[in-house]
Write a protein that binds this ligand. Structure first.
Ligand code: IMP
Length: 180
């Protein structure tokens, strides 16, 4: 059975400081130009809410949900589940994702948006599991590099639990992708 670690991997205070830094970097690069922020549900929702409130450029928001076709299959293709149509044509887009694990989701999204002629596309992830990448994708902003642990909290879940934790911790004994 998965067990919640008693330890904190990244504290509330560390998260807040890093979110401030990322927002400053993104705002500086935007230099007052409007930004379309696309949040990837559900894991990014708290990070995104904190981040956009610190950006100094004009912001619009959209959300999509990307799922694995089969959660038991490693490297399973992704599909968009929650697909409210919006246009990225001619816009500066910032994709905000909770975690770069294999990179398959980000790779899929970059392809998805490339076909729609955005002015630019950047990617911001809260966490980067540097040991588990399977595809090489360019990520522009990384909150924290983390070891290969199953992390939860600050939006990230295990079976829909723990998203509400204000800090990031991890679960022991989780095999991921979920095995049947
Ligand atoms: P990727 O496509 O393999 O990079 O991973 C995409 C998705 O897998 C993330 O958006 C998360 O929803 C999920 N995921 C990967 N690792 C973890 C974890 O440690 N905790 C919670 N979710 C995870």
């Amino acid at each position: 059975m998965p067990e919640l670690s008693k330890e904190v991997l990244i504290s509330e205070k560390e998260i807040a400081k890093r979110v401030d830094e990322l927002a400053e970097e993104i705002s500086n690069r935007q230099d007052g130009r409007p930004l379309l922020v696309v949040g990837i549900l559900k894991g990014s929702f708290i990070f995104l809410a904190d981040l956009v409130r610190r950006l100094t450029c004009p912001v619009t928001l959209e959300f999509i949900r990307v799922l694995m076709k089969d959660e038991r299959e490693e490297g399973s293709p992704r599909i968009i589940k929650y697909d409210v149509p919006f246009t990225v044509e001619g816009k500066d887009v910032l994709i905000v994702e909770d975690i770069f694990d294999t990179g398959i989701t980000i790779d899929y999204l970059l392809d998805h948006f490339a076909n729609q002629s955005p002015a630019s596309t950047q990617v911001c992830v809260l966490l980067d599991k540097t040991e588990t990448h399977k595809v090489d994708v360019k990520v522009d902003y990384v909150g924290f590099e983390i070891p290969n642990k199953y992390v939860i909290g600050y939006g990230l879940d295990f079976e829909e639990k723990y998203r509400d934790l204000p800090y990031i911790s991890w679960l022991d004994n989780v095999t991921w992708p979920l095995s049947s």
